[in-house]
Design a protein around this ligand. Structure first.
Ligand SMILES: C[S@@+](CC[C@H](N)C(=O)[O-])C[C@H]1O[C@@H](n2cnc3c(N)ncnc32)[C@H](O)[C@@H]1O
Length: 447
């Protein structure tokens, strides 16, 4: 193999696992890294960068490739699709010299058992170099092509977000920053920022998330002594709004019903010592293990349970003052962190996700004590999973009142104030450098 081929091959293998087997990119990369022990640290990092980039810009590149390939895109095997995306990504978006990008990608095709297609790969990449301007102009004829998103998602965003759509699509392609949450029990955000700045990190504070410190150049957080020593955790600024919105005080009982890996559980405990009880529940035992790890690193304690929030037996007679439902969702608010979402989600996923979200709220709301609050949170930016779910629940539940607007008053500098007539609040990508999120705070009326 020529120099640089192993990282191209590793990237293409991971991308093929996403395209062909529906695996998440993280899982595919980790599986590849376990199998490819020969890859050095910088080759692994290169493979990751190529795989993320190929999927981030892949829908645009697919429009180009559809012009170059004789047969429709769908008729090619995922390995070949992946090799072509990785090759074209390098030519268009990386600083790799074109001849090296072409040669190593052709070699990678052989390494992936696509030797018979090596000529086709070579021809496509070379023709791209010659006809780049025209090919891209045609690919960029639609928003989906220009901003490299699946068409179905662009259609929904145009319908729901109108003129804000382009800003959202552009933000979804940005490289995400690394935002930390200072552990309020141990350090103030300003002091954490001072320590990191003294160590040479460029950073900024976030006006509406007082514990947040954003590093402008992301790194592997395990390199930071402050992380290893439990002074901080990784959490985007928009996810840090759950705890202030939940309005928690000492002496009350809280349920975090979809808790793993424990980001918001830990934030709750950091902010409010002296809770009477905090139950952190998750249906996934392996993910729940990560709650233990995070609590231990941060020096915190909670009651962790593995169980299904939809199962009445998970709680018996227990009632809570506050319930957080950070529901599983399409992840369309965190595409910049997980560009594989552009490939893995289908419009047909939305009804079943919305049904699961609605079922979680319906099962958990009755577990509130009168006057208690349920905070529904999701990192989706689609109405079907946000205000759509909440509107339906409110219309069926006279006891439930949307109090998001008053709850959000304490979030000074919030980038997106509540929309009149729509329950909850949206934090759309691109507004203030944040991930996309939706929150709705529902109170159980005292009868
Ligand atoms: C968005 S993640 C939660 C992230 C977490 N709150 C945090 O801040 O780190 C959603 C979680 O819900 C869990 N989940 C999905 N369905 C569930 C159910 N029926 N009961 C309990 N947990 C569930 C998933 O296993 C997943 O860990």
């Amino acid at each position: 193999m020529s120099d640089g081929t192993p990282s191209r091959a590793a990237a293409a293998r991971a991308v093929a696992a996403v395209l062909g087997h529906g695996q998440t990119l993280e899982r595919a990369l980790e599986a590849g890294e376990r199998g490819q022990t020969a890859l050095g640290g910088s080759e692994r990092a290169h493979a990751r960068a190529l795989a993320f980039g190929a999927l981030r810009y892949g829908h645009r590149l697919k429009h180009v490739l559809q012009q170059l390939l004789g047969r429709p895109w769908e008729q090619h095997v995922p390995q070949l699709q992946a090799i072509l995306l990785v090759g074209l990504y390098q030519l268009e978006y990386s600083s790799t010299p074109p001849h090296a990008a072409v040669n190593t990608t052709v070699e990678a095709a052989r390494a992936l058992g696509q030797g018979r297609a090596a000529g086709l790969v070579n021809a496509c990449l070379r023709r791209y170099q010659r006809e780049r301007g025209d090919l891209l102009a045609r690919a960029d004829g639609t928003l989906a092509g220009r901003y490299s998103h699946p068409e179905w998602l662009v259609e929904i965003l145009i319908r729901e977000r109108g003129e804000a759509t382009e800003g959202i699509l552009a933000a979804n392609n940005e490289h995400p920053p690394l935002t930390l949450r200072a552990n309020a029990r141990r350090i103030a955000a300003g002091a954490l920022a001072d320590r990191l700045e003294a160590a040479g990190h460029a950073l900024k504070l976030v006006p509406y998330a007082p514990r947040a410190v954003t590093l402008e150049v992301p790194l592997d957080v395990r390199e930071l002594a402050e992380f290893r020593d439990g002074l901080c955790s990784v959490q985007d600024a928009s996810a840090q709004l759950a705890v202030p919105l939940l309005d928690v005080a000492p002496g009350i009982q809280v349920l975090d019903a979809c808790a793993a890996p424990g980001g918001k559980t830990c934030h709750l405990l950091e902010e409010v010592p002296g809770l009477l009880k905090l139950v952190a529940l998750d249906v996934d035992a392996a993910r729940a293990e990560r709650i233990h790890e995070n609590l231990a690193r941060l020096g915190l304690e909670a009651t962790i349970r593995v169980g299904d929030a939809l199962d009445p037996a998970a709680f018996g007679d227990e009632r809570f003052d506050r319930i957080l439902v950070d529901a599983p969702c399409s992840g369309t608010g965190v595409i910049r962190r997980h560009p594989d979402i552009k490939w893995l989600r289908r419009p047909s996923d939305l009804p079943s996700l919305a049904a699961r979200q609605a079922a979680l709220i319906a099962a958990l709301f009755p577990r509130l004590l009168p006057g208690g609050r349920l905070l529904y949170a999701t990192c989706s930016i689609l109405r079907a999973e946000g205000s759509g779910v909440i509107e339906r629940f409110l219309s069926q539940t006279p006891e439930a009142v949307d109090v998001t607007e008053s709850a959000s008053l304490k979030l000074a500098g919030l980038p997106t104030p509540p929309v009149p007539g729509e329950p909850g609040i949206w934090l759309l990508p691109g507004i203030a450098g944040n991930d996309g999120f939706y929150y709705a705070c529902l109170e159980r009326r005292v009868r």
